[in-house]
Write a protein of this length. Structure first.
Lengths: 303, 343
């Protein structure tokens, strides 16, 4: 029982950045723009959260700073991709390289270190209710915020005019245009909101350790991408996939301490292999996009 | 398009990239002019620097060619990173476990074949999944990069030398000679015959794509899959073939490090050449001269980073690279649009 509680608590904590980045990815890709730069947004979010908290002494402003950095990077991506019509994959790869280089560079410039920033105690975030491990994990403000954001994003996509327009430009931008919707503007908003979400995910990563470690996103942006595809571009299945991948990771950490079933590298491989299997069995999708099935029809096409 | 316009299309974003990095260098309180001076002097300023640029450009020729070849078949290979990793690993294992006295004439080709097979093994997966299951190659190749990374941890635990992250050294016969043995001033640099292999592979691949029947089929499928199908070609088979070749070419790139420099496979050797290869392909395409120029450009930046590190964090060059890739993407898109409106 105690083991189970600790496991669920770890699972929740691990899944937060996955979920936030996957929400950001879903938001972006539903509008028809490929988003492989989640990794970069996590990274700049983490770095900016540390610097913001360090500079202002406020954890809240740290998180806000992290989200804004993710949004800003997404804005750059959006402007280049939407207005200059560059290739979305090439640009996404470049944005990730940019985020990696930029955070390492600024880490050296600001903190004179190649590996990590000092601990910034101002970035400490405390659970609302003190008690057992699980209670504390579930009442962590950022965990609650993430759960709220899952509902919010699902609601926006499904039930609001903006969400309808977002999905419309993701499926058929020309049809949307004839109805007076500007696909570029909708995509711009979708991408920036997605960037804010992923940036917040990065801020959470930094807040957990109260410091920035170079390359600390460690592939989480790609796991989130995998979760989004695994969930076939729907919010709740994507979140479920995040929890699944988070559970595998939590299990591995458990087993490492107890010497267990699967070696670490096999668990690391799991999200990617599962996603490949899903894409493999999805069958011949005739629609463009990442795979078959549910991918937005206009995904990856320039306007 | 007028010649002047074409030059401007390259110069404007290049200057833009330099401008962005200059601002960042200034922000750190350093002089951009000084950094750029060091970058040039540390690379093209002396024979050793040139040798190092050639060494760094060699794997980029392979990965760039790999991406460019897939591109001609209408495919996007984001998986060169995983392909070169497995290629290098296969070459390292082959070289390490050949009988010690194997002559170079046998050992080197055997290792190269292993490198190509290793890369092709990774390449066939996205090819097959695209052709038979309709899974988008961008996603499958990204996922495979991570599968490879994790697999190397598992395999490394089996074959790495004790207390290290590298395999057993390869036998003497499997080594590729340093270029300094032929051009004395390059002494000390790691440039090796891998560069010659790269140039041969670039030439052969371009010739194959542009001048042979199957190469023509590949281009046809890349340009107009529906027309190609109507003409009786099988796009699925071409897709798999293109990905196998792209994987094999990227895999061969592993030889530069394993057979030509360290003489063993080492964890993390690639340093992201699979991703920079995308940039090389964007700039160079499947055009031999442009491809070589692009590989040299990014090789210069990779080597130049080390030259500026004493004065300014070398990561500034990573930023410069990334901005340059975006700039190149902007240029390509603009050229595409200009071509469309003028025709």
């Amino acid at each position: 029982m105690i083991l189970l509680v600790a496991f669920v608590a770890a699972l929740v904590r691990i899944s937060v950045p996955y979920a936030l980045a996957a929400l950001g990815g879903t938001m972006s890709e539903k509008s028809g723009v490929v988003q492989i730069a989640l990794e970069g947004m996590l990274l700049v979010g983490a770095f900016s959260a540390v610097v913001s908290a360090d500079a202002t002494g406020s954890a809240t402003l740290g998180i806000v700073g992290g989200a804004l950095a993710g949004g800003l990077l997404a804005l750059v991506y959006a402007l280049v991709v939407l207005w200059l019509s560059t290739d979305q994959i090439v640009t996404g790869v470049a944005i990730n390289l940019l985020a990696d280089g930029l955070t390492r560079y600024l880490l050296k410039v600001r903190y004179d270190s190649a590996s990590n920033s000092p601990r910034v105690e101002a970035l400490s975030i405390h659970p609302l209710v003190h008690g057992g491990e699980l209670v504390e994990a579930l009442t962590h403000p950022l965990v609650l915020g993430t759960i709220g954001l899952c509902f919010l994003v699902a609601f926006i996509l499904k039930r609001t005019v903006f969400g309808l327009r977002l999905r419309a430009v993701g499926e058929h931008p020309d049809a949307a245009r004839t109805l007076g919707v500007d696909p570029r503007r909708v995509r711009l908003f979708a991408l920036v909101i997605g960037g804010l979400l992923a940036g917040a995910g990065g801020a959470y990563l930094a807040a957990e350790q109260r410091q920035f470690v170079s390359g600390m996103s460690a592939g989480r942006g790609y796991i989130a991408l995998a979760a989004m595809i695994f969930g076939r571009w729907r919010v709740w299945p994507a979140v479920a996939a995040c929890l699944l991948f988070g559970a595998a990771e939590a299990l591995q950490i458990r087993m490492q301490t107890q010497g267990g079933l699967l070696p670490g590298w096999a668990v690391q491989m799991l999200p990617y292999v599962l996603t490949l299997v899903v894409l493999g069995v999805a069958g011949k999708g005739k629609r463009r996009g990442h795979g078959g099935g549910n991918a937005p029809a206009a995904l990856g096409k320039s306007l | 398009m007028k010649r002047l316009d074409r030059i401007a299309l390259w110069l404007v974003p290049l200057l833009g990239a330099l401008l962005v990095t200059s601002i960042l260098i200034r922000a750190a309180g350093r002089s951009p002019a000084e950094i750029y001076r060091l970058l040039i002097i540390g690379t093209w300023g002396n024979a050793y620097g040139i040798g190092q640029v050639l060494f760094k450009a060699t794997p980029l020729l392979f990965t760039g060619l790999s991406v460019a070849l897939a591109q001609r078949a209408g495919l996007f290979n984001v998986g060169a990173e995983g392909q070169i990793t497995v290629g290098a690993f296969a070459a390292g294992l082959c070289g390490a476990y050949l009988p010690a006295g194997t002559p170079a004439l046998l050992a080197v080709p055997a290792c190269l074949v292993c490198a190509a097979l290793g890369g092709a093994l990774v390449g066939v997966v996205p090819g097959w999944m695209k052709a038979r299951r309709g899974a988008h190659e961008v996603i499958t190749t990204i996922m495979l990069n991570f599968v490879v990374r994790a697999a190397m941890v598992g395999l490394g635990a089996l074959v790495f030398e004790r207390e290290s992250v590298h395999t057993k050294p390869i036998i003497a016969g499997a080594r590729l000679a340093r270029l300094s043995g032929f051009v004395a001033p390059l002494r000390g640099s790691a440039a090796n015959l891998g560069l010659v292999v790269a140039l041969v592979v670039v030439g052969a691949t371009v010739w194959w794509v542009e001048r042979t029947r199957v190469g023509f089929h590949l281009r046809a499928v890349g340009a107009q899959p529906k027309v190609a199908r109507a003409a009786g070609l099988d796009p699925a088979r071409i897709t798999i073939l293109a990905f196998v070749l792209a994987g094999a070419i990227a895999g061969l790139g592993g030889a530069n490090f394993v057979l030509g420099y360290k003489y063993y496979y080492e964890d993390g050797f690639s340093g992201g050449v699979g991703f920079v290869g995308i940039a090389v392909a964007v700039l160079g395409g499947l055009h031999p001269v442009k491809l070589i120029a692009a590989a040299l450009l990014f090789g210069t930046l990779a080597q130049g980073a080390l030259a500026v590190n004493a004065v300014c964090p070398k990561e500034i060059i990573d930023v410069l690279q990334a901005v340059l890739i975006i700039a190149a993407a902007v240029t390509t898109a603009a050229q595409l649009r200009a071509g469309r409106t003028s025709s």
